[in-house]
Ligand binder design. Structure first.
Ligand code: MG
Length: 379
């Protein structure tokens, strides 16, 4: 007995305009479809997801093709045909309930999914609706010709939930051309319970809807924390570069780049906060072009990757672990150097140091270790 979601993303979205279907356009740094999918993926009510894509878009489900909860199927020429393809993909599974959702409603939340799920305990079908509060006019040639009684009228939303065997049979028996799955269920004699809808759960149809969705999402600040750790060993030399500052020392740190262990830890903390790998992935040490590179290149890249997702660095804290050189006299300059590269006020960056009480490799002065924490925010 499991619950599936069929996410319908096969439309061409021609009403919004632009050169790509609306579900693949960016909304606050991510494609619309990713917002919708992630809400269902993280809902405790949902066991598996069928993502229905247009045949031309089959390679546009980045990160989801290999997901063990998600299967991707090609849709049909109409919305009804696409939903049917999604439902058929679940045939033979242990699916007892299915929630059918339009991908263009990216603000759907867990509470809404839960309401539908709970109502299906005692109903064959449940769908969210919003009572109409505006007056409804009839018109001809731009003139008001009458008033429609709004009593008992609802605006339909998705996800619409059904007993899976019921809605599969209803779709198989339906001639096509339905506005939504509630209509198909009712044509098969299935009663549909109305569940409280949500004004926030808007369907992106026009350009103005994109702006409204962005505005509604703005109230939810996205805060990420990442940590980084790095070690470089000492070799011959007369200085070390730490957090962008050259410090005279009887030895040098060895590494493929300039071996700025503090800047590396901070860079990895930023990559970590946005779940975007690490320095080694972006700048492979096997690549000769990064030989003796200024580590600023790495930090600049991590900040740019974060910015592309809409994140800025709020603060960072770097700890250098070594017996020598003495860090304290240089810590302020190091914080200012990092702040300049990142483009934030220096009082948002902390650089401090500790020894390891002469224990371990740092205690034996064989190298320097660094750990860093970074907080990124998307307002
Ligand atoms: Mg390193």
């Amino acid at each position: 007995m499991s619950t599936a979601a069929v996410i319908v993303a096969a439309g061409r979205g021609t009403r919004v305009g632009g050169d790509m279907p609306k579900q693949w356009r960016m909304l606050r740094g991510r494609v619309v479809a990713a917002w919708t999918l992630d809400t269902f993926l993280s809902s405790p009510c949902i066991d598996r997801i069928v993502l229905v894509l247009h045949a031309d878009d089959m390679d546009l489900a980045p990160g989801y093709e290999g997901h063990d909860m998600v299967s991707v199927v090609a849709g049909g020429a109409t919305r009804t045909a696409s939903v049917r393809a999604g439902l058929e993909a679940l045939a033979g599974s242990d699916t007892a309930r299915v929630l059918i959702h339009d991908v263009a409603r990216p603000l759907v939340d867990h509470a809404m999914i839960q309401r539908i799920f709970d109502t299906l305990e005692n109903a064959r079908a449940a769908a969210p609706g919003l009572a109409v509060s505006d007056a409804l006019w009839q018109s001809e040639s731009g003139q008001v010709t009458g008033l429609t009684e709004r009593e008992g009228l609802f605006r339909a939303q998705t996800p619409q939930g059904f007993s899976y065997p019921d809605i599969l049979a209803a779709h198989r028996a339906h001639a096509g051309g339905a506005a939504d799955d509630v209509q198909i269920a009712r044509a098969a004699g299935i009663e549909v319970t109305i569940v409280a809808g949500d004004e926030r759960n808007l369907k992106i149809t026009t350009e103005a809807d994109f702006e409204r969705a962005e505005m509604l999402m703005r109230g939810h600040m996205d805060i990420r924390v990442g940590n980084g750790f790095d070690v470089h060993r000492f070799g011959p030399g007369d200085h070390v570069t730490l957090c962008g500052v050259v410090v005279p020392h009887g030895r040098a740190l060895q590494g493929h780049s300039d071996a700025d262990v503090g800047m590396h830890a901070l860079t990895d903390a930023i990559y970590g906060a946005i779940a975007d790998g690490d320095i080694g992935q972006h700048f492979p040490p096997t690549d000769p072009q990064w030989k003796d590179a200024d580590s600023r290149i790495f930090l600049d890249h991590a900040i740019a990757q974060a910015a592309a997702l809409g994140f800025t660095l709020s603060n960072a804290d770097v700890t250098l672990i070594c017996e020598a050189p003495k860090i304290a006299p240089h810590a302020g300059a190091m914080a200012r150097a990092l702040a300049r590269i990142i483009g934030v006020a220096a009082d948002r960056i902390s650089v401090k140091a500790t020894t390891s009480e002469r224990l371990g490799f740092t205690g034996r002065a064989e190298g320097i270790a660094a750990s860093a924490t970074a907080t990124l925010i998307k307002p």
